[in-house]
Design a protein around this ligand. Structure first.
Ligand SMILES: [Fe+2]
Ligand SMILES: [Fe+2]
Length: 185
């Protein structure tokens, strides 16, 4: 990972600026996907279970993240990813399928997704440096929320889910691919 100080501290006009449109597009896509994953999980998890209660809390935070990126896209005139219909269906399916396997598999899904999102946001903060303090502050806040989600999922037994290594590897690969394509289209 690049040294944040090297990018932020030494950035000067004329240096290559971060591609803010691409950043906002992929972040919006990710938060949108997150709301869909949790919607899929909640469609399966029994309403009164402790897992459903925790997922409801995480889903509410994802709605806040998404609302903020909706606002930023509008303010800065950035179009959302063309793949939003895919994340609509794919996110919901990922959440529903993992919850159907087991509550721990649902938590393993959250663990995997939030691990990738944490890395993604850390990389964006590196790229942003001190070029966009408003956006960086939002990302820092959301990154803290995502890490809390990951920790919650681990406390709920994510790492004990049957087939955790393959499940985690697969979901992280899906996230990496989704991030890569949402930056471009
Ligand atoms: Fe989020
Ligand atoms: Fe999250």
């Amino acid at each position: 990972m690049a040294d944040r100080a090297a990018i932020g501290g030494n950035w000067k006009p004329g240096d290559r600026a971060p591609d803010l449109h691409s950043m906002l597009r992929v972040d919006h896509a990710g938060e949108y996907g997150a709301t869909r994953i949790y919607a899929g999980q909640l469609a399966v998890l029994r309403g009164s279970s402790p897992a459903a209660h925790l997922v409801t809390h995480m889903a509410a935070q994802e709605e806040r993240h998404l609302a903020r990126f909706n606002q930023l896209l509008a303010e800065r005139r950035v179009r959302p990813t063309l793949l939003q219909p895919l994340w609509h269906v794919g996110g919901f399916a990922l959440g529903a399928v993992t919850a159907l396997i087991s509550e721990k598999a649902a938590m393993a899904c959250t663990d995997a997704v939030e691990t990738e999102i944490d890395l993604h946001y850390a990389q964006q903060l590196d790229e942003l440096g001190d070029t966009d303090p408003e956006l960086a502050a939002d990302i820092r806040q959301f990154q803290a929320d995502e890490l809390e989600h990951r920790d919650t999922a681990r406390e709920q037994g994510a790492l004990d889910a049957p087939g955790y290594p393959l499940l985690s590897f697969t979901i992280r690969a899906i996230c990496k691919a989704a991030i890569a394509v949402s930056k471009r289209v």
